[in-house]
Design a protein around this ligand. Structure first.
Ligand code: DQA
Length: 145
């Protein structure tokens, strides 16, 4: 199974950024952790990060013909990007929304995800494990098809 892991704005700054919320592990640590899961779950992961909405949209479009599923941490775009919502709706493969932090227990504006409805499921607040649960979900989903 080929999975695209797509990280949005400011996720390249974890480790430095608000460590009380996101921890002290860096983006490189996240990539290393995800890569270590490949043999465990027998998946191939392509891990990308962009701070630009249009690039995330282009990658979502591209993913439709090249991957079996997407794990998307859209960062703050989660809360207001209808363009990302439309991009997810435009593709047929499952997209899992993930977040490192528990967005339901932070600022009010983070409680709303405008992409949630377009995604197959949302996994929130488990740190790096949110991505691992996303992989497990996609494997299960694939097995059900
Ligand atoms: C985040 C939560 C978002 O609200 C925030 O804007 C981020 C990171 C998370 O993974 O917890 O950039 O997506």
């Amino acid at each position: 199974m080929n999975i695209l892991i797509l990280n949005g704005p400011n996720l390249n700054m974890i480790g430095l950024r608000e460590p009380k919320i996101y921890g002290t592990k860096t983006y490189q640590d996240l990539e290393n952790y995800l890569k270590s899961l490949e043999p465990i779950y027998n998946v191939i992961l392509d891990i990308k990060q962009s701070n630009l909405e249009g690039i995330l949209i282009n990658l979502l479009h591209y993913s439709n013909d090249h991957f079996d599923g997407v794990i998307l941490n859209a960062g703050a775009f989660t809360h207001y990007s209808y363009a990302l919502y439309d991009a997810i709706k435009s593709i047929q493969i499952p997209v899992v929304e993930v977040h490192l932090s528990d967005t339901n227990n932070r600022e009010e504006f983070r409680k709303k995800s405008v992409i949630k409805e377009a995604c197959s499921t949302s996994i929130i607040g488990l740190g790096f494990k949110s991505y691992e649960e996303g992989i497990k979900y996609l494997i299960k989903e694939g097995a059900n098809q």
